[in-house]
Design a protein around this ligand. Sequence first.
Ligand code: KIV
Ligand code: NA
Length: 263
Amino acid sequence: TKPITILTLQKLKAEQEKFTCVALYDAPMAAMAEQSGVETVLVGDSLGMTVLGYDSTLPVTMEHMLYHVEAVARGNKKSLILGDMPFMSYATTDQAMHNAMRIMQAGAHVVKIEGGEWLAPTVTMLAERGIPVCAHLGLTPQSVNKLGGFRVQGRTQQQADKLLADAIALERAGADLLVLECVPSELAKTITQRLSIPTIGIGAGKDTDAQVLVINDILGLTPKPPKFSKNFLVETQDIPSALTKYVSDVKTGVFPELAHTFD
Ligand code: KIV
Ligand code: NA
């Protein structure tokens, strides 16, 4: 089976076929995601909360990320592997170049960074050096203290305009993918239609090119699950079936439902 590349994902967007992403952190889950046809896996810095027990993603270090990217890369040889750059690891372009190198050498195929237009020079420099970038807009958890909590973003016209402008600037700078987290569905739809690169939504409605969920939420490991997530294990028998159901529900437009979205 041929590995998924950014070209595969561009083709899926062009053909208006939805694809999936799962944020996961270890080799066995990575292997099950591969078996279930999950096109992209994200080694998210959400691991600070989902695996390490922290209250936010801020304590996550490069060492944590490298350890988990390596594990996921060992378990999965087919999905495109996205590696999160942790808090303050891309604060300057020099830091971004050095730390992106380490994430890629650990086995990621794409690095993900949170932020808007200010990251355009970083995106360009990484792209020029052969590193695909997934940008991340909307609820950017590394900025939780600046945002004043884990809240929906882009609800005012001014915020929505800024988000769209950021998305366009990041695409122009050379980003290959864009995660939209907790934004109104209509805004995510507008951005998805305006961009030629695929968008991956979480709490962003059904019209993004792809969906991402955290494995803990899919498997019911989260005590108070967020509104946008869904436990796929309750209606299936085992983990591979839960993942397969998630994939097919995204492809057929069954997930996300209105109940999982914001306006
Ligand atoms: O860290 C993570 O899991 C993420 C996704 C929720 C997009 O950034
Ligand atoms: Na993240």
